[in-house]
Design a protein around this ligand. Structure first.
Ligand SMILES: Nc1ncnc2c1ncn2[C@@H]1O[C@H](COP(=O)(O)OP(=O)(O)OP(=O)(O)O)[C@@H](O)[C@H]1O
Ligand SMILES: [Mg+2]
Length: 489
């Protein structure tokens, strides 16, 4: 029989690209599939001897089941799974664990069986050159800190965490702080990924070092100003999946705390797009799924929920880490349409807001082009007082800019414009139509800095921007710019 070379296989099992947070989430998946009500996660700091344990009160495993579970590929991905099962590949327990540690032990007990324990030690495998599942597990370390199974459940223990703590000393303050930060990241990730389980009655409780975590809901359903757009059913492999778009409220409609919390672990801009759930477990926290849209500031209020059952895994290319999903080609058209609609609705929030502010502005409108009469004839001139022109005149010099301005003024294709707009009025684009935020942002930033140099305050500058051509036509860009953390700074 051709056995895989153990040390080579170990290294490839370690290289699935998990982060600590996705690895922990993968184990929580297993606990949920085992019908756990509670999951207790412990991060124990002790330099290189630090460990992480994940304990649940799910159905547990008998000794035989445990031995099977420890094998990579313990179940075929082709097998049908119970509708609530979060697994697919028979790999997660092993790949997630080995991505973080060199020794992984599992202790498990069902209601009727006695407790069983097994351990994979990568150093042992490497030196002995054989895949031997060890029976010896450091249970004392767990009992010392009060981690033990009562009636039924499972504990996974990660030791020798070369990827988390490495060979640091226990008194290394910096390493300890990194460890604390890692805990915080895991917490935020679990709050997001499992929010539906954490929120619902009869769901689960997750504790990190004894503290219960709360679900993070991306859709702010409790807020009055949240818009839930009509849900749609799409068909995939003869089964239904549902898509529900949300447009979140503008920040002026939220308390500061709610707005900050709603931004999510990656921040407002990054967390726009589709949220793909599989059995209520979040796989993709905001992504436009390669449908041709970009994450732009003025679309960041758009978040769209997609619910998948677990029998479409193949169609959606679900990966072992449960952090990727790609829609099948035949659904792309529908998803694109829904995305477009939601994005437009989300932009409206900013447009509306911008218009309200523009009406309140004490400034007169500033146009770029002005109509003038000379000898009874009409001419069009570029307004030299327009701040963009002003700053160019100052920076580049009137002698260089003036000839260009004159040239533009003298050669306006007025007759073309007249003909096109009378023959095909619908095909006349409006200012900044279809422009990308990044392009407009560059202009906004330029004017902002130039006003700032002239001593204007932030409020005064925005007051002017909203009444200034061409930005007055796209108030959504101005409002998005205003909200950027570094916007206009
Ligand atoms: N906490 C647990 N409680 C009970 N059984 C578990 C637990 N964790 C794992 N198992 C058992 O071990 C098996 C292997 O788990 P593993 O995570 O490797 O694969 P999976 O969950 O089947 O699929 P995937 O690779 O998609 O996660 C599971 O199918 C389950 O039967
Ligand atoms: Mg699993």
């Amino acid at each position: 029989m051709a056995q895989p070379e153990p040390s080579a296989l170990v290294e490839s099992l370690r290289a699935f690209g998990y982060s600590l947070r996705t690895a922990v989430a993968d184990l929580v998946d297993n606990s949920i599939s085992a019908r756990a009500k509670n999951v207790w996660i412990r991060f124990e700091w002790d330099g290189a001897q630090s460990f992480i344990s994940i304990r649940d009160d799910g159905s547990g495993m008998t000794e035989n089941e445990l031995v099977t579970a420890m094998r990579p590929g313990s179940k075929s991905p082709l097998e049908d799974r119970e509708p609530r099962d979060l697994g697919r590949f028979g790999l997660g327990l092993k790949t997630a664990s080995f991505s973080q540690c060199r020794r992984m032990s599992v202790i498990s007990k069902t209601e009727t069986s006695t407790s069983a324990a097994r351990c994979w030690d990568l150093d042992y495998i490497n030196t002995a050159g054989e895949w031997r599942l060890l029976k010896k597990v450091n249970q004392d370390r767990l009992t010392e800190v009060g981690e033990q199974i009562a009636q039924q459940g499972t504990i996974v223990l990660w030791e020798e965490m070369d990827r988390v703590t490495g060979s640091t000393r226990a008194d290394d303050k910096k390493a300890y702080n990194r460890f604390l930060e890692a805990i915080e990241e895991v917490k935020e990730h679990l709050e997001m990924v499992f929010h539906r389980y954490l929120e619902k009655r009869g769901g689960i409780n997750i504790f990190i070092n004894g503290r219960k975590i709360e679900g993070w809901n991306p859709f702010l359903k409790g807020e009055k100003a949240t818009q839930e757009l009509p849900s749609e059913k799409l068909f995939c492999k003869g089964a239904q999946l549902s898509v529900t778009p949300y447009v979140l409220p503008h920040l002026s409609k939220l308390t500061q705390d709610t707005h900050r919390a709603a931004s999510g672990p990656q921040g407002w801009n990054a967390q726009q797009g589709f949220y793909i759930y599989r059995n209520e477990r979040l796989l993709v926290p905001g992504d436009w799924l390669g449908l041709g849209f970009q994450k732009e500031e003025h679309h960041k209020l758009a978040r769209i929920q997609i619910d998948l059952p677990n029998n479409m895994d193949d169609e959606w290319q679900i990966d072992v880490k449960k952090s990727r999903a790609r829609p099948p080609g035949y659904l792309r058209g529908d998803l694109k349409r829904i995305a477009k609609l939601t994005r437009e609705q989300a932009v409206q929030v900013y447009r509306h807001r911008g218009k309200v502010i523009a009406r309140r502005s004490s400034q007169d409108h500033v146009f770029l082009w002005q109509q003038k009469t000379r000898h009874g004839k009409y001419f069009y001139e570029i307004n030299r007082e327009h701040p963009l022109i002003q700053s160019s005149l100052r920076e580049i010099g009137a002698d260089k800019i003036e000839p260009i301005l004159r040239l533009l003024e003298e050669t306006i294709p007025a007759s073309h414009i007249i003909i096109t707009s009378s023959e095909e009025p619908d095909r006349m684009g409006s200012p900044l139509e279809g422009a990308k935020y990044v392009e407009v942002r560059a202009l906004l930033q330029k004017i902002y800095s130039s006003f700032q140099k002239s001593g204007f305050s932030r409020d005064e500058i925005f007051d002017r921007l909203v009444t200034m051509e061409p930005f007055s036509q796209t108030p959504e860009f101005i409002e998005a710019f205003r909200e950027e953390p570094e916007g206009g700074i």
